[in-house]
Design a binder for this molecule. Sequence first.
Ligand SMILES: Cc1cc2nc3c(=O)[nH]c(=O)nc-3n(C[C@H](O)[C@H](O)[C@H](O)COP(=O)(O)OP(=O)(O)OC[C@H]3O[C@@H](n4cnc5c(N)ncnc54)[C@H](O)[C@@H]3O)c2cc1C
Length: 291
Amino acid sequence: MRMPKFEYHAPETLDAALQLLAEKGAGAHLLAGGTDLVVKMNHGMLKPKAVIDLKGIPDLNTIEVDPQKGLTIGATALLAEVAAHPDILRDYPAVAYAANKTANVQIRNMGTVAGNLCNAAPSADNAPTLVAMGGEAVLVGPKGERRFPLDQFFKGPGQTAMEPGEIMTAIHVPTPPPGAGISYQHISARGKVDISAVCVGVMVTMDGNVCREAAIVLGAVAPIPLRARKAEGVLRGKEWSAELAREAAAAAEAEARPITDVRASAEYRKQMVAVLTRRALEEARARAAKR
Ligand SMILES: Cc1cc2nc3c(=O)[nH]c(=O)nc-3n(C[C@H](O)[C@H](O)[C@H](O)COP(=O)(O)OP(=O)(O)OC[C@H]3O[C@@H](n4cnc5c(N)ncnc54)[C@H](O)[C@@H]3O)c2cc1C
């Protein structure tokens, strides 16, 4: 299929990108790595009048790890850069792991974490961990800058809380509290190259052997990355045990609302939610014990 003609813009500043977005209106689409956008254009699913490439804007690719402020991932920082960043590997291993489990090496060398979130696929590999950690989207638009909780960012497949004219400039993750442990688990039918059939991000905050706080986020089993709030409630304030983790995993399975598609049946997905949630909880608990 031949791609319809479109204008291509490569602004050199954020202000210029915002101005272009305002001028071109709904027919304009932002481009980071293009690994979702260009595929959709190739398949005729999207016919933008204008494409605004963000990659030439300096500073948008910055990655910062600050012991007090937390982790900031710029909008054009590549998945490969996040996966291999020494400070992220040291302080946020689950974030690096999720980026490293996204697609294959070619895609990770083009695609971005921000693009993964803005594309808003229910299976987006980077969403569960970032939501579980209390991450925020840094959004800049005609009304200025705002920080928006990733917990409420996803509105449905391909839909987010971003307003027309807004650009995500970064993702910010606060420094995890003392006693916190984080894990990301996923499964896909064709191993490394396939999109997750189920994925789970977990953060538990331990006080000795008692679970003070828990966030469990399920991917690819609902129209958006889904907080398993009943499962979180099972853990909160309780003495940790293998049985407790199994109980929470069963509660997460009950909360999942998967569909059957080419990647997996709904029944398989449900069962994998229990398996992956239990694994994620045990890994997060073990990591919490080391902090
Ligand atoms: C072969 C293949 C395998 C893949 N495997 C996986 C996988 O295993 N797991 C997975 O989760 N995904 C996978 N993907 C999907 C894709 O690679 C990821 O979602 C990637 O992170 C998208 O990032 P990008 O920078 O390429 O986004 P783009 O394609 O540039 O953009 C995606 C969407 O987000 C918007 N956007 C981008 N940046 C911004 C911004 N800063 N502000 C506002 N809107 C923005 C764009 O307008 C577009 O709508 C795969 C894709 C391919 C082609």
